[in-house]
Design a protein around this ligand. Structure first.
Ligand SMILES: Cc1cc2nc3c(=O)[nH]c(=O)nc-3n(C[C@H](O)[C@H](O)[C@H](O)COP(=O)(O)OP(=O)(O)OC[C@H]3O[C@@H](n4cnc5c(N)ncnc54)[C@H](O)[C@@H]3O)c2cc1C
Length: 572
């Protein structure tokens, strides 16, 4: 019998396991469907990756998970599935979860994001109460002062302009000419501006939550049991109280009992786990033959994500990143759309000096951008009652007109900056980017891909027709940036066809007040309608923060560890 059974050893789960087991009187179990990454055997790929390790490999991802990205409109789910083609949507299946495979971008949201959480019903989750936990999680290697933590498990550091490639520096200077200033510390300044990416790594490697929070000393605790390769199949109840999980542990069935079950399976799997346990939209569950335990229409609703579009840049040799430089992501930026109904700094943009690991990838830079405070809402639904089936995931991107309008304006703005010297002078060409299946397939490091991309690099170096052949083949389109500027219909169509998510799924078990029928958990992350069950991960965010979601997820787990242990919020 454990005090806490934590299901999912991802960004949130590892934090909770570490913090709750720091109390020696509590017995804690951590279950993770994927493999472990113990300190003595973290693979060099995970440590060193500036791109995703084992990109989409069976061993580390939920490879059967797919998502529908486009607007659903009035279509039924069945009709949506008939008319849209789902795309792969990478979710980690390994200790550390998203923090083991992600881009290591470590940005907090804006103060207004958390004040908004409280305003919509998540009592106690305002900025003043969240800041102590942002500080507690981090060990800022660059900055000191009241906005920074100095002794947390996650090191945060930045790559400053002297180490940026020429193109990022030029882009910064072109931004200045378009009215966007540069500042160094995005965790202390919140206005429109560009700044160096903070990242959760130290000089040589990534620090996931598994690496930072489950170090050798924590793993020696006798009251912490870590169970990798253990997938939850069902939650067992006694009456209305969750009392155990039934799991597949290293291939054998297991029952793991706990006084509390804490689901940390991420924004796509946590709602599915709840729905299979009979907690969710009653009619939908009944239609699948699942007995309804708590009729909560919000489970799986409110799926949020940051939509992204990108402009590609074929860089001249003097604009490319030196092969010795590993950090391809350099400049990030917040800016305000000015659109009515949207807060300030609602948009984001990031610059990469090198698109991919290959020789051909080194030719290209990208500017990616989109609404950072996005409003389109999708959903997660069960396909059937089997724990082996992945849920139906529909992001419904660009369904909110504010997202589309802001994206269209952002495209015009970004093209304008890229056409301003000195950025303009470092590119052979700029073109509407497409992150299609062909590019995704070429992202995997393999002998074949090395051969193909080496050949593409040779053709790119030839210039003229061979260069055009390669770019047109990869882009699968002759669309130009001038087409986008001249023709709104083409611009909208290009956005709708090419828009991607940023892997920031959240919101599907949202936190809210007791009288909010759409809320799934209360401000202590306890699931409404049952006992002994919490959800603590990215799914509880009631609205999407204007930042990449990993650091906010870790903050949620830090704050919840205090709440679960009955400790007060420390002073900011
Ligand atoms: C490819 C990628 C790139 C990203 N890049 C960035 C970035 O650069 N910066 C940033 O801030 N954010 C980034 N994100 C987002 C960020 O990583 C996530 O928001 C964050 O990891 C969410 O944490 P979580 O704890 O909610 O879920 P996860 O970290 O996904 O953890 C969920 C865990 O639960 C496990 N699990 C699921 N179902 C079961 C089950 N039935 N039984 C047992 N275990 C189960 C999973 O295997 C997983 O390990 C990225 C995400 C991805 C996938």
């Amino acid at each position: 019998m454990f005090d806490y059974v934590i299901v999912g050893g991802g960004s949130a789960g590892c934090v909770l396991a570490s913090r709750l087991s720091a109390d020696p009187s509590k017995q804690v179990a951590l279950l993770e469907a994927g493999p472990d990454t113990p300190p003595e055997s973290v693979s060099s790929e995970i440590y060193a990756a500036s791109f995703l390790p084992h990109y989409f490999g069976e061993a580390t991802y939920w490879t059967k998970l797919e998502a529908y990205l486009d607007p659903v409109g009035n279509k039924s789910v069945e009709e949506m599935m008939r008319t849209q083609t789902p795309r792969r949507y990478e979710q980690a299946r390994i200790m550390g979860g998203g923090s083991t495979v992600n881009g290591q971008v470590a940005i907090r949201g804006l103060p207004g994001d958390y004040d908004e959480w409280e305003a919509v019903g998540a009592e106690g989750w305002n900025w003043r109460n969240c800041l102590p936990y942002f500080k507690r999680l981090e060990r800022d290697m660059d900055f000191d002062g009241p906005m920074h933590g100095k002794s947390g498990p996650i090191p945060i550091r930045r790559c400053f302009p002297p180490d940026w490639g020429a193109f990022s520096l030029a882009f910064r200077d072109s931004l200045a000419q378009n009215g966007i200033p540069y500042y160094e510390d995005c965790h202390a300044e919140f206005g429109d501006g560009c700044f160096p990416f903070p990242r959760n790594n130290i000089l040589t490697h990534r620090v996931s939550t598994a690496i930072g929070y489950l170090d050798s000393a924590v793993r020696l605790r006798r009251n912490l049991t870590i169970m990798p390769n253990t997938a939850l199949r069902a939650i067992a109840f006694d009456g209305n109280r969750a009392v155990a999980v039934q799991a597949d542990r290293e291939g054998a069935p297991a029952r793991i009992e706990g006084r509390e079950i804490v689901v940390c399976a991420g924004a796509l799997h946590s709602p599915a786990i709840l729905m299979r346990a009979g907690i969710g939209p009653g009619e939908q569950l009944q239609a699948l033959g699942i007995a309804v335990r708590a009729d909560r229409p919000g489970v799986g609703a409110n799926l949020l994500e940051h939509p992204l579009a990108g402009i590609g840049i074929h860089l001249k040799p003097e604009g490319r990143l030196a092969p010795t430089m590993r950090n391809n992501f350099t400049l990030n930026m917040r800016f305000s759309s000015g659109l009515e109904g949207c807060p300030g700094q609602d948009m984001k943009l990031s610059v990469s000096n090198r698109f991919a690991w290959s020789k051909a990838g080194a030719h290209f830079g990208t500017v990616q951008f989109g609404p950072n405070k996005s409003y389109s809402q999708g959903f997660v639904r069960l396909r059937d009652a089997s724990p082996a089936s992945e849920p139906i995931v529909a992001f419904n991107l660009m369904s909110d007109p504010r997202d589309l309008t802001r994206m269209m304006n952002a495209v015009r703005f970004v093209i304008g900056v890229l056409q301003t010297p000195p950025a303009r002078d470092l590119s052979y060409a700029i073109f509407p980017g497409v992150y299609g299946e062909m590019i995704r397939n070429l992202m995997t490091q393999s002998k074949l891909n090395t051969f193909l991309t080496d050949m593409a690099a040779t053709m790119l170096n030839m210039g003229g027709a061979p260069r055009r052949f390669v770019t047109n083949m990869v882009m699968k389109s002759n669309l130009t940036v001038d087409d986008l500027l001249r023709d709104d219909a083409k611009l909208e169509a290009w956005i709708r066809q090419g828009v991607q998510g940023d892997w920031h799924a959240c919101g599907t078990c949202k936190m809210g007040a007791p009288d909010d029928r759409a809320a799934v958990v209360d401000p202590h992350c306890r699931v409404y309608g049952v006992e002994g069950l919490r959800v603590v991960d990215a799914s509880v965010m009631p609205t999407i923060p204007a930042a990449n979601t990993n650091i906010s997820t870790i903050m949620i787990a830090e704050k919840m560890s205090d709440a679960i242990l009955g400790r007060p919020v420390p002073a900011a």
